[in-house]
Design a protein around this ligand. Structure first.
Ligand SMILES: NC(=O)c1ccc[n+]([C@@H]2O[C@H](COP(=O)([O-])OP(=O)(O)OC[C@H]3O[C@@H](n4cnc5c(N)ncnc54)[C@H](O)[C@@H]3O)[C@@H](O)[C@H]2O)c1
Length: 343
């Protein structure tokens, strides 16, 4: 598959069809020292202890969000110091989105920024987290509040990782794939509806959507906001559920809400809203949320770091593949859209 190029504060490629072990070996050959962050469970699952690689040190991290804490970042910095990582060395994030977020942020902050490579192992990591140069950890005030834009030197996508991913994590990643289809590339939606969908093409196309967007607006001055389709309510639902839903599950509900809101405001046709439900349901993703939570979600949305000031802004659709910015949605319109997704 053709590599995808990304232009940011440094240009880099997303590469496909290569063995991650071979690529890791190549990375380690270009540096004196390489520190690989990998969750404990994946260290076991991928049989890392049997892989002989010189000039590489593995740091086994806690799972998921437990690794994206200030406490754990201290451990990573400590390891960087103990290993003696210099500006000409490198960090690798080998894992899901939480691992690449942590590895990228450690690389952004150690010695004011060193090299790093992303080897995403989850679908969400491949199509979303590892792409676009946003790195970070969580604060007690919210998710991803401490971070930096720091692009990797490369992103290595090895589809074989998906063989061990749970159905739940796979489906959660599909929410981001479908989002890419809704906002820019409707061919993704066609492919996703096929009985035997071509997963590799779906992933390639989704990455291409994000790569093109971040290449023209790396620091999110405007265009990059389109990637937030479905995320305004999605983030609020994640917080309301104490992060016990997968990000993609919360986003799935948010996508239906954003589609309904686009319809309520006279933009998106009803059958295109129905298409959201059809596609998300195909991947067992939730499409409704408890009635009665509306006010709490509104309050959470007002506190979202992406809402400017107190005004809640939404990304909507005029039609599938055509994004609109909804700056002045009324509370009645919000209420109506919420009623339509309430269970
Ligand atoms: N930086 C960004 O632009 C960006 C964008 C979207 C999401 N994110 C972040 O990404 C994270 C979510 O990513 P995620 O869904 O990958 O979660 P995750 O990294 O927590 O991984 C979920 C689980 O899947 C396991 N896993 C990963 N790959 C596996 C494989 N191949 N086989 C078996 N198990 C595997 C992980 O060990 C973990 O237990 C969140 O922290 C979110 O904030 C960042």
């Amino acid at each position: 598959m053709k590599p995808i190029s990304i232009t940011a504060e440094r240009d880099y490629d997303v590469i496909f069809d290569r063995s991650w072990v071979r690529e890791l070996e190549k990375i380690s050959e270009s540096f004196d020292k390489t520190l690989v962050l990998i969750p404990k469970s994946l260290y076991q699952l991928f049989g890392i202890s049997k892989i002989e690689l010189s000039k590489i040190r593995f740091l086994q991290t806690p799972e998921g969000e437990a690794a994206k804490t200030q406490d754990y970042l201290q451990t990573v910095w400590q390891e960087c110091g103990n290993y003696g990582l210099t500006r000409s060395d490198c960090i690798v994030g080998l894992g899901g989105g939480s691992t690449t977020d942590l590895a990228g942020f450690a690389a952004a902050t150690w010695l004011r920024g060193i090299n790093w490579h992303a080897i995403p192992t989850s679908l969400a990591g491949m199509v979303d987290a590892a792409i676009g140069g946003k790195t970070g950890i969580n604060s007690e005030h919210g998710k991803n509040l401490i971070g930096a834009f720091h692009s990797p030197n490369s992103v290595i996508v090895d589809f074989t990782f998906l063989e061990t991913l749970s159905d739940r994590d796979f489906n959660a990643g599909m929410a981001e794939v479908l989002k890419a289809g809704f906002i820019v590339d409707p061919k993704i939606l066609e492919l996703a509806l096929e009985a035997k969908a071509n997963l590799q093409e779906l992933i390639w196309r989704s990455i291409k959507v994000k790569a093109d967007v971040v290449s023209s607006d790396f620091k999110e001055s405007k265009l990059r906001e389109i990637l937030n389709y479905g995320h305004t309510l999605g983030h609020a639902i994640e917080a309301n559920e104490n992060y016990e839903l997968r990000h993609g599950e919360a986003v799935a509900i948010g996508l239906v809400f954003a589609a309904e809101l686009s319809n309520v405001t006279g933009n998106l046709a009803g059958e295109e809203v129905a298409k959201h439900r059809e596609l998300l349901t195909k991947f067992n993703l939730p499409i409704s949320y408890r009635a009665g939570e509306f006010q709490k979600l509104i309050d959470l949305m007002a506190g979202d770091k992406k809402s400017r000031g107190k005004r809640v802004r939404f990304i909507g659709l005029g039609e599938i593949g055509k994004v609109i910015w909804m700056e002045s949605v009324t509370s009645d319109q919000l209420k109506l859209a919420y009623e339509r997704i309430s269970s």
